[in-house]
Write a protein that binds this ligand. Structure first.
Ligand SMILES: Cc1cc2nc3c(=O)[nH]c(=O)nc-3n(C[C@H](O)[C@H](O)[C@H](O)COP(=O)(O)O)c2cc1C
Length: 191
């Protein structure tokens, strides 16, 4: 089915969230979804190794267009990165018109340390999604991969000091499962 529209909006400073976002986009496209990959704050955002092209900046229309919206942000003291929050806060008119409701949403994050705020970041993001009237589709423990990466709230990658733990099979498996589940639920809602 080519009808599911997926928008991925993220902020990344040193490339981890960028790598995760591109994996989500590739997996969604492989499933026939139409994908918009959008990065905020690209003036200081480092791309993943080998990825020269920066995605466009998001607009409100990228959100209203989508059936599935995935937000990605590094942990910033256990919270959403300011640049992503500024974009989300710019959606007041669309929120007031009800244009952010009834979509599937999920989030992904990264932190340097194991307890660096990943759950807090995602729960904070979902507070906002509840205000949208969005449908939060978290992975839960709905797949064996979730007992490996251990995050039922979304997907989180631990980078280690100096980003010495690159995104690998465990995180990629969790990303694939999350976006597949989001698309599957969205198709059930819109069919
Ligand atoms: C201002 C600031 C605050 C941060 N706060 C935390 C934190 O509280 N816990 C943590 O583990 N990592 C923290 N980090 C590290 C980032 O979360 C980590 O480098 C990021 O997940 C990497 O994502 P990126 O490569 O996409 O930029 C912080 C980084 C910055 C710059």
């Amino acid at each position: 089915m080519a009808d599911t529209k997926v928008t991925i909006v993220y902020y990344s400073m040193t490339g981890t969230i960028d790598t995760m976002a591109r994996r989500l986009a590739a997996t969604a496209e492989a499933q026939g979804a139409e994908v918009r990959l959008r990065a905020v704050g690209r003036e200081d955002a480092a791309g993943a190794e080998g990825s020269v092209e920066r995605p466009e900046q998001p607009t409100a229309e990228d959100i209203t267009w989508a059936d599935v919206v995935l937000f990605g942000t590094p942990s910033r003291y256990g919270n959403i990165a300011g640049r992503l929050k500024v974009f989300i806060d710019s959606l007041g008119a669309q929120w007031a018109n009800g244009e952010l409701a009834d979509k599937v949403y999920a989030g992904f994050t990264a932190s340097q340390t194991l307890h660096g705020g990943q759950e807090a970041v995602l729960l904070s993001l979902y507070t906002t999604i509840h205000h949208f009237g969005g449908i939060v589709v978290t992975p839960g423990y709905t797949d064996g991969s979730k007992f490996v990466d251990g995050n039922p709230y979304g997907v989180g990658h631990v980078t280690g000091a100096g980003n010495d733990e690159p995104v690998g099979d465990v995180t990629n498996g969790a990303l694939d499962h999350m976006v597949t589940r989001a698309i599957t639920v969205s198709r059930r809602l819109t069919s």
